[in-house]
Design a protein around this ligand. Structure first.
Ligand code: PLP
Length: 366
């Protein structure tokens, strides 16, 4: 089986992820922050180490690293923590449904276009501001085409206009630098199970602001327990209930893996992606957003064979890709592919040139 759907979740994970989870389960499976017993303290200490690792990775204070169950949870926490029915926000025309749907439910919003140039994008943005515009949300990388977005400029525009900026780094973390200070964003969120090589059930909300978010869920935190309301300070304010300790420890190992080998892995992934794209273009296949800087994600279409059929043919050959809308209707509307979607190929740390050749052989035959 050849796995080329690493944008959905990376697979396989490096052995260190599973080993760390196994160790956590066996050696310190107590509830962190819920007691003074040695095992609970050990669990809390190990969780804190991951907070520190993630803090270093994103250049944020450890207490501003909030563990969530996935990027969607983190996105909902940010959006509903800031916006309400009286506010307006701006979202890009490439947003994942993890942004579009909670925004649609929460407030009024306008969709801005990521244009061919940064200047044009900012010019359009400036014409869309309203009195009650409170925030701008932009994905750092499209999960459909791998296109890298001008988020740094967008965050700077947000700051200049007194708006809060939220960056979706679900397809960026582990592929391009995600230093929140350098990006200048107020809030960043990401999956833990994609380019950070953590397990399912992990995501991160990273705060680069002192703005206090309204809480999405409330409950036990092991601190200020006599009070009826959530503690005012992060991370406890946003982490009600028992943490996914094994998942968090696995995520820590994934972050170690990416921190150590990321550059080498990325180099290979980009090389394979560039080769893949060049061959597809040579076959006369449409490759979307090929003129922009990219991460190892490629969307393509054959003119007279549906993406679903291409997917089926690849599956029959033992090759896993993903066809359809990739939970990103806005992006597909932007590309004009919202009727049938695209075929998406996403390369990960463990893919080889042979995997890409195998895929190309099937596509060529079709
Ligand atoms: N945002 C983007 C850009 C994504 O690609 C995804 C997942 O594919 C998400 C958000 C949601 O991630 P999760 O499944 O971890 O909630």
């Amino acid at each position: 089986m050849i796995y080329l759907d690493n944008s959905a979740t990376t697979y396989p994970k490096p052995p260190c992820t599973a080993e760390a989870m196994n160790l956590a389960m066996k050696k310190f499976g107590a509830n962190p922050g819920r007691g003074g017993n040695p095992l609970s303290l050990k669990a809390a200490e190990e969780v804190y180490k991951v907070r520190e690792k993630a803090g270093k990775f994103f250049n944020a204070k450890p207490e501003n690293i909030i563990f969530t169950q996935n990027a969607t949870m983190a996105s909902n926490m940010a959006i509903k923590g800031i916006l309400d029915s009286n506010s307006h926000c701006l979202i890009s025309n490439y947003e994942h449904n993890a942004v579009w749907r909670p925004v649609h439910r929460t407030c009024s919003y306008s969709v801005f276009e990521i244009c061919d140039t940064q200047g044009e994008t900012l010019y359009r943005l400036s014409g869309m501001l309203r009195k009650n515009t409170k925030c701008i949300i932009c994905t750092a990388v499209s999960n459909v085409t791998g296109r890298i977005m001008p988020v740094k400029a967008i965050c700077s525009f947000a700051r200049d206009n007194g708006l809060i900026s939220i960056v979706d780094a679900s397809q960026a973390a582990g592929y391009i630098p995600c230093d929140v200070k350098d990006l200048g964003c107020d809030i960043l969120f990401t999956s833990g199970h994609k380019g950070l090589y953590g397990p399912f059930g992990t995501g991160l909300l990273v705060l680069n602001t002192d703005v206090q978010l309204k809480t999405l869920i409330e409950g036990g935190t092991g601190t200020t327990s006599n009070e009826a309301h959530q503690p005012p300070f992060p991370p406890e304010r946003y982490e009600a209930g028992t943490l996914n300790v094994c998942g968090i420890i696995g995520l820590g190992a994934g972050i170690d893996f990416v921190s150590k080998y990321g550059e080498r892995i990325n180099e290979k992934e980009y090389e394979l992606t560039a080769d893949l794209r060049a061959s597809l273009v040579e076959y006369g296949v449409t490759v979307y957003d090929k003129e922009f800087n990219f991460t190892p994600v490629t969307s393509f279409n054959l003119s007279d064979v549906s993406p679903a059929e291409v997917d089926e043919r690849l599956s029959t050959a033992g090759i896993c890709v993903r066809s359809g809308l990739h939970c990103a209707s806005l992006a597909h509307r932007t590309l004009g592919t919202h009727e049938r979607g695209t075929v998406r190929v996403s390369i990960g740390a463990f893919n080889t040139r042979r995997d890409v050749y195998a895929l190309l052989k099937v596509v060529k035959n079709i």
